[in-house]
Design a protein around this ligand. Structure first.
Ligand SMILES: C=CC1=C(C)c2cc3[nH]c(cc4nc(cc5[nH]c(cc1n2)c(C)c5CCC(=O)O)C(CCC(=O)O)=C4C)c(C)c3C=C
Ligand SMILES: [Fe+2]
Ligand SMILES: [Fe+2]
Length: 343
């Protein structure tokens, strides 16, 4: 029998340093996130980052935590529940890190008689630190515990026309009541090195896109160009003028070169250039989370206003929006009945 496994990033169990620490330990000790030899990762993560970050992160999580729990988890659960209502197949939800494990989710599917699974990493763009680690972890769990299960992965949907339409319409709704003079597309950053590592052509990512024009693998452009592609397609769908939009990358750790321009620097640049009414969208995330609710909606607003901005909104992610649920249900049901996957 066929079934669906939705996987998102995960969150700590509570917004306390005690629970944030083991969560960050699992996250940052992932070799696809901090991609250095294990001995060095140990020193960087356990010897340096985990000494101070859990307290700081716990404070940030406290600001956005809901009564029901982590926004990312609660939203993902609502989304999964709605998708469940639109398909005959069993649907389970797992997280790459934290206590809602992929293993438990696969067990839930197995208990319902599932032996053919459609794995849906809940990331529009393909990065080794997001999409790829979900796939690798799921395959490891499958090999170790569920060898009889067959797993198929839904590809990154960053440029799928139906996804672009659903995303664009949600942005349009978000902009209805807001008189903007600029829209910033802020994507999660990654170290530049990750682009080179997961760029299928193994060349440096080039601004004109010539680095990654091949269809030989599932993610036929690098993460950075997938972000550009999502942006360009939304701009085309909504007819947004070139001079009213730009792209940036948020969230970074010190020491490595990360993708530029940085979102926080862009807030200052835009305000100084006289773009004082700013709308920010975050299309690397399908559900709102710490990175959108705290870093963009709260901190970002303060940074922009302090730099001279007059008005600011963060347009929510797709979350459990009906059109997004319907699209996901269409994708999974097409896989069930016709064996087709979105392209
Ligand atoms: C959109 C996809 C994501 C990519 C790519 C990604 C890469 C990446 N992230 C870190 C470090 C941290 N990220 C943190 C939070 C976080 N990251 C994503 C998504 C991607 N990360 C989400 C959805 C979230 C929010 C989780 C939530 O519970 O709401 C954090 C934890 C918070 C903090 O301390 O700031 C860290 C740390 C790295 C190093 C990286 C690529 C190398
Ligand atoms: Fe992250
Ligand atoms: Fe590229």
């Amino acid at each position: 029998m066929k079934g669906v496994l939705l996987v998102n990033l995960g969150s700590p169990d509570s917004p306390t340093a005690k629970d944030v620490k083991p969560y960050l330990d699992e996250f940052l000790m992932d070799e696809r996130v901090i991609d250095v030899p294990k001995w060095l990762r140990n020193i960087i993560v356990r010897g340096i980052i985990l000494q101070t970050r859990p307290k700081k992160s716990a404070e940030a999580y406290s600001k956005i935590w809901w009564e029901e729990g982590s926004p990312l988890i609660v939203i993902s659960e609502r989304f999964a529940e709605k998708v469940k209502n639109q398909t005959e197949m069993p649907v389970a939800l797992g997280m790459r890190y934290g206590s809602m494990t992929i293993k438990n989710a696969l067990q839930e599917l197995k208990d319902k008689g599932v032996d053919e699974v459609l794995l849906v990493p809940l990331y529009p763009q393909y990065a080794m630190s997001s999409f790829e680690t979900v796939v690798v972890k799921t395959m490891e769990v499958q090999t170790a515990h569920f060898p009889e299960m067959e797993i198929t992965t839904l590809p990154a949907f960053y440029n799928n026309p139906d996804y672009i339409e659903v995303l664009s319409k949600s942005i349009e709704r978000g902009l209805e009541e807001f008189d903007y003079d600029h829209i910033l597309f802020s994507y999660h950053g990654i170290p530049e090195r990750h682009i080179r590592k997961s760029d299928p052509t193994k060349f440096h990512c080039k601004i004109d896109g010539s680095c990654c024009q091949t269809n030989s693998v599932a993610h036929h452009t690098c993460y950075r160009h997938q972000c550009f592609d999502t942006t360009e397609k939304v701009k085309a769908f909504l007819g947004l003028p070139e001079d009213k939009t730009s792209i940036s990358f948020q969230s970074r750790l010190p020491n490595d070169p990360w993708l530029k321009p940085f979102t926080d620097f862009e807030f200052e640049r835009l305000a100084k250039e006289g773009k004082t009414k700013l709308a920010v969208i975050t299309p690397a995330f399908v559900s709102d989370c710490l990175e959108t609710l705290e870093e963009i909606a709260m901190e970002g607003k303060d940074q922009f206003m302090e730099a001279g901005g007059e008005s600011y909104i963060h347009i929510p992610c797709l979350n459990d929006n009906e059109e997004w649920v319907e699209l996901m249900a269409k994708w999974v049901n097409d896989w069930q009945s016709k064996e087709t996957l979105p392209v």
